[in-house]
Structures are given as C-alpha cells and as structure tokens.
Design a protein around this ligand. Structure first.
Ligand code: NAG
Ligand code: NAG
Length: 174
C-alpha cells in the first residue's frame, strides 16, 4: 500500500512538472532567443526577485516593468541632450527624438495594461510600435550632415533591447 501511494505521488509529480521546463531552463531558453542580447536578458530576468516563481506570465511582467522604467527616463534624458547641442539642425532632430521617446513610453504603457489583462498579442503589437518610434528617431540621423549622438544611440538601443526581450517572451503565448 505504502509503495503504491508513493508511486501515485511520483506519477503525479511527473504530470505536474513535465509540461513545464524547470526554473533555470525557462529563462535560459527565452534569453537564448534574444541572441546578442542574451547576457542583458539573463541579468534583467534573474535579478528580479519575482523570477523565482518563474513562469512566462511573471517573466512578461518583469520585462515590461523594466521597459517602462527605462522608457520613463528616456524623454527627459533626450531633452537634456538636446539642451547641450547648439547646431540648430541637430537640435531639431534630437527634439524630434523627444517626441518619439514620449510615443515609445505611451505604447509601452499600453503594453503593460494589456499584459495585466493577459492580452499578449495586442501587447506585442504595442511593443512593436514602441520600437518603431525609437527607430524613427534613429533614422532621422541617416541623412547628412549629422550623425546620431552616441549617447542618444546608446539610450535608444538599450530601450529597444528591453522591448526585444519583452516580445520574445510574449511571442511564446502563441
Ligand atoms: C542556450 O544556448 C546554449 C548555447 O548557445 C546552449 O548550450 C543551451 O543549452 C541553450 N539553452 C536552452 C535552454 O536552450
Ligand atoms: C536605461 O537602462 C540603461 C542600462 O541600465 C541605462 O544605462 C540608462 O541610463 C537607462 N535609461 C534611462 C533613460 O533611464
């Protein structure tokens, strides 16, 4: 009798754990998909205490919160870069990036609301729109005479990376 109840428990545990990768594996698997962003992805997801109860729902929340936090600071940061520039053409482009940064934050904020109601497809669409807004900023420097200031490029790249991590996670909801 004792043997069979242990047996039943063992079988039950197989059923419970089998369909889900174990803790470290899910983050590894997700971050593998972010390719060159893997190290940042691992750091962001693993450093959040919530990732100990690891599942995709929690990971999507960690990723969108990281993106919101970064996006919130972006527009004031870009404005500060614009203030330092005297060339009117470059200044105008950077001010355009302030608008793009505000747009990106708006889309990311909407994505967070959609995540809260488990609407991962629409949340993903909003994340793409946020990424597009940041690319609009970067692309405004494609024509001479001005190169994109390196601090601006780094700032948009970082937020884009956070958005990629979020979309890799939400893509898994199918
Ligand atoms: C992630 O990729 C590495 C090699 O790049 C591989 O060794 C590892 O098994 C992969 N992990 C998962 C969970 O797919
Ligand atoms: C976004 O995160 C990066 C990396 O932590 C950081 O360097 C950057 O200052 C952040 N940007 C803003 C605007 O908070």
């Amino acid at each position: 009798m004792a043997f069979s109840s242990i047996h039943v428990l063992y079988l039950a545990s197989l059923f419970i754990s089998f369909p889900f990768p174990s803790q470290g594996d899910l983050i590894d698997e997700v971050c593998n998909e972010t390719e060159e962003l893997k190290a940042s992805c691992l750091e962001i997801l693993r450093n959040d205490p919530r990732s100990s109860s690891e599942n995709l729902v929690v990971l999507s929340q960690i990723a969108i919160d990281a993106a919101i936090k970064n996006a919130t600071g972006l527009s004031p940061y870009v404005q500060s870069l614009a203030n330092k520039v005297t060339d009117p053409q470059v200044k105008a482009r950077i001010l355009g990036c302030v608008v793009n940064s505000d747009d990106a934050l708006l889309h990311i904020t909407q994505a967070k609301q959609l995540v809260a109601t488990k609407q991962y497809g629409p949340a993903n669409d909003k994340a793409h729109l946020a990424n597009l807004a940041l690319s609009t900023c970067d692309n405004s420097f494609l024509l001479p005479p001005a190169n994109e200031p390196i601090e601006l490029k780094q700032a948009t790249n970082w937020l884009k990376a956070l958005i990629v991590i979020f979309t890799v996670i939400t893509n898994r909801f199918g």
